[in-house]
Design a protein around this ligand. Sequence first.
Ligand SMILES: Nc1ncnc2c1ncn2[C@@H]1O[C@H](COP(=O)(O)OP(=O)(O)OP(=O)(O)O)[C@@H](O)[C@H]1O
Ligand SMILES: [Mg+2]
Length: 227
Amino acid sequence: MAFPVIDAKQLVKQVTTSDHELTILDGVSLTVNEGESLALVGVSGAGKSTLMTLLAGLDVPTGGEVHFLGRRIDTLDDESRAAIRADSVGFVFQNFLLVPSLTALENVVLPATIRGDEEDWGRARQLLEEVGLNGREHHRPDQLSGGEQQRVALARAFMTRPKVLFADEPTGNLDQHTAAKVIELLFALNRDHGTTLVMVTHDPRLADRCDRKLVLDSGRSPGRPYE
Ligand SMILES: Nc1ncnc2c1ncn2[C@@H]1O[C@H](COP(=O)(O)OP(=O)(O)OP(=O)(O)O)[C@@H](O)[C@H]1O
Ligand SMILES: [Mg+2]
């Protein structure tokens, strides 16, 4: 039976800016089952990144509910949500969020360190090789190109074999060849480890590879995710 890894109900996200209240998400519901891949698509400003931060427990909604691995997380405090993320979630963000003072290799190992796992340098090296970065292990982020930094972020997200991987434009800054390799890596993780994938993408090839797509339009999703 399909097990819902993420179940979001009527999510609303409002923020107060200096002069008015802005509704970024206006009643978005979705379910992602274990082992599925979901593409969040829609024009710039539609609310895709905002939705992903709520599904991943990085932020909490103004209204609605988020259930993650069977547990309601939108009512939990920051610390409890951080513990769930460290245990079960991998991230690849638009702005990478690499630690500037650490080398590529050290950045990849970091999630294992944070989680208290043994630091598996062999696995970290292998992941860097898989994203085409052998020879760059000891470079710091400021010594890498944007696309190379993005690949370090991907290798880092794979490090702890997360149950759910959230990726915001994972191929956004990459050339075609590297993008194709990264897509293969994402789906290999999905196939070999049953990792559930939730990704934001403007890349139709990547969206088409996903089991389902959810279209966001001005903070609304017209209906359920479709096949
Ligand atoms: N903290 C905030 N305060 C005010 N407005 C915000 C905030 N966060 C997001 N927004 C606005 O909400 C809308 C949705 O933002 P979001 O980043 O989720 O869009 P997106 O679909 O990911 O776009 P893109 O494809 O350009 O990354 C945008 O208009 C953005 O300006
Ligand atoms: Mg975005």
